[in-house]
Ligand binder design. Structure first.
Ligand SMILES: Cc1cc2nc3c(=O)[nH]c(=O)nc-3n(C[C@H](O)[C@H](O)[C@H](O)COP(=O)(O)O)c2cc1C
Length: 213
């Protein structure tokens, strides 16, 4: 375990892309420990309707990596068109994230472990309360997994772009698409170096509304 205070853990669990060690295998026991921490997260009605597909098989990872790359390319194209029609150029920060994200898109299939958090049921056509309950029951567990990974020297990155092709990914993973929703795909690898910094964020008072909006 890394020597991190709770606040250091919470403020340095970054999206790791460039510093994922693609060569070093990740022990199954480490992933299981992180998943046990994930299971401590809250779920609506204590339903615990979550599932995590853990992929280490090289061919399956490459298949998911190809779907992710296609999703990334569609996303990049949509962003480029939006920026062109708005007549704006990407900021320095946006370019930095894009370079990092491009690297992950080029190597998603090479990351030693891919974790796909899922939940039972599909949300198509449901109202906000039902949606909030389902998403709110998988996202805390997944973030706990990522925090537990960071505490153990592993890097992760929340990604969603393979969901452009969720049905194809379900086929690759034998997930029953009509009964199970994929929430994300989390690449997991040992990090290259252990030092990560808190990220710049907008001032607190730009987002907090005390008492009323
Ligand atoms: C819902 C969600 C979806 C995301 N999807 C992707 C993704 O598909 N690919 C990617 O490289 N990063 C993805 N990210 C990571 C964000 O780009 C990242 O959190 C953001 O740039 C801030 O960086 P930080 O996490 O290091 O603070 C996603 C994050 C969230 C919360």
């Amino acid at each position: 375990m890394l020597d991190l205070t709770p606040d250091e853990l919470l403020s340095t669990t970054r999206s790791v892309r460039l510093r994922l060690d693609l060569e070093r295998p990740v022990a199954r026991g480490l992933i299981e420990e992180c998943l046990q921490m994930a299971q401590q997260a809250p779920t609506g009605g204590n339903q615990q309707g979550w599932a995590f597909v853990v992929v280490t098989d090289a061919e399956t990872r490459q298949a998911l990596g190809r779907l992710y790359k296609q999703g990334w390319e569609s996303y990049q194209q949509a962003i480029a068109e939006r920026m062109k029609s708005a007549g704006v150029a990407p900021s320095h920060e946006a370019l930095r994230v894009r370079r990092s994200a491009q690297h992950l898109a080029d190597h998603m299939g090479d990351v030693p472990v891919l974790v796909i958090p899922c939940f039972a049921g599909r949300l198509d056509g449901l109202g906000n309360e039902a949606q909030a309950s389902q998403w709110g029951s998988i996202l805390p567990a997944t973030w706990s997994f990522m925090l537990a990974a960071r505490a153990r020297g592993l890097g992760t990155c929340w990604t969603t772009l393979h969901l452009h092709h969720e049905r194809e990914a379900a086929d690759v993973l034998s997930i029953p698409y009509d009964e199970v929703t994929q929430a994300a795909m989390i690449p997991v690898a040992h990090t290259i170096g252990e030092e990560f910094k808190p990220a710049p964020r907008r001032p607190l008072d730009s987002m907090v509304h005390w008492e009323k909006w």
